[in-house]
Design a protein around this ligand. Structure first.
Ligand SMILES: [Zn+2]
Length: 379
């Protein structure tokens, strides 16, 4: 990639040349925006077409779940999307979800409280999977030592694997996710946020880990994309793409019905995520995930470009909070602050420095795009 590139920010959203592969048209509009207007928007139906797809989906889920204790599974993180999805599935769609949550050891009190408020308010019970902390820590430390941008992969991988493994274990065929175009129609470039690639995870752990990973839930892409779906009949649904869904309305509903408490930023439900997104990614790599998130909100008319630029002019969170979080993280992970600072100042790496399945994943995305299941830019 060209590091000498002149700085440029899209005239329509707030994506900029920190996405090194971004291109602009003669009006200064970026290719994410062009893709949104030509591929995503025309195929995104939250009106009567969305409603009829939703009805079909719900009928199928209810009919498959007849006589069983649950008809679907929903993983809840305490964030807005998954909390709203749970409310909508139970109260509006009349589904009977198995509610699943994963504690990787980092959840903030506010996230745990939100989970409790929503689940209790709906008269449901949450099934929490507690992750083996020693193994989680070993994998996360290996990732820091690997000097890659994507420090969210160990937790994400474990959370998704636990969810899918649980669905298969209890023979629950339908997985509902809070993933949605409304707040995520611009996908972060893979140089910022790489995929859940088990080959890379294993290679990084082999190089920098200290113990064997025996208890962590892990699932290869092959297993959950192919084996679980085609041999176990698992179906993954994104109901929020079929209804009019906005962050503000979802938050209003959650606040008024469950006294839900919002967080400062989209994924700030964990101290680790807060530090990684707000500091590691920004200071070490120059990537600010808020750009992709705000751009999604701009394209879906939930935020003005001017307001987004004003917020982006300030760092995601304060130096003082970052320092406090760094102390918390180093203490929890048993490394010294100076060791950690060395990692922060060390040579940046990418997935290409490790064994990886990027070609296989890119092929999978290409197929998903041909089938119309993925319309966002992938690179
Ligand atoms: Zn743009």
């Amino acid at each position: 990639m060209n590091n000498e590139r002149k700085y440029q920010v899209c005239t329509n959203c707030v994506m900029d040349t920190s996405d090194s592969a971004i291109t602009f048209d003669e009006n200064g509009m970026c290719d994410h925006c062009q893709n949104f207007y030509s591929n995503i928007k025309p195929n995104w139906n939250t009106g009567s077409l969305g409603k009829s797809k939703l009805d079909m989906m719900v009928n199928q889920i209810k009919s498959d779940g007849k006589g069983k204790p649950y008809d679907c599974i929903i993983g809840i993180s305490g964030g807005i999307d998954s909390s709203y999805l749970l409310y909508y599935a139970k109260e509006v769609l009349g589904l009977r979800p198995y509610v699943f949550s994963v504690d990787t050891g980092w959840n903030l009190e506010v996230a745990n409280n939100n989970i409790k408020k929503v689940v209790n308010g709906l008269g449901l019970e949450v099934n929490e999977e507690l992750i083996d902390w020693e193994e989680m820590k070993d994998l996360q430390l290996a990732f820091f030592k690997a000097q890659v941008a994507y420090q969210d992969i160990p937790q994400d991988h474990v959370i998704f694997s636990a969810l899918y493994n649980t669905a298969v274990k209890y023979k629950i065929k339908h997985v509902l996710t809070g993933g949605n175009l409304s707040t995520e129609c611009i996908r972060e470039p893979i140089e910022w946020v790489y995929q859940n690639d088990i080959k890379m995870i294993r290679d990084i752990h082999k190089k920098y880990g200290t113990s064997k990973l025996k208890k962590l839930p892990m699932t290869s892409m092959f297993k959950y994309k192919i084996y679980y779906r085609y041999f176990k009949g698992m179906k993954v649904h994104r109901p929020l793409d079929l209804i009019p869904y906005t962050k503000k309305d979802a938050l209003d509903t959650l606040t008024s019905k469950f006294q839900y408490e919002p967080y400062a930023n989209k994924h700030f439900e964990s101290i680790f995520t807060r530090y990684y997104e707000g500091y590691w990614l920004v200071k070490k790599f120059g990537f600010d995930k808020r750009r992709a998130h705000f751009s999604s909100l701009i394209l879906t008319n939930q935020l003005s470009r001017e307001d987004a630029l004003n917020v982006l002019a300030n760092p995601p969170y304060s130096e003082a909070q970052a320092l406090e979080d760094m102390k918390f993280i180093t203490n929890k992970m048993n490394i010294t602050e100076s060791e950690f600072k060395e990692l922060m100042d060390g040579q940046n790496k990418t997935y290409n420095d490790y064994k990886n399945s990027s070609k296989f994943i890119a092929l999978g995305v290409k197929i998903a795009q041909l089938l119309g299941k993925e319309k966002r830019q992938y690179r």
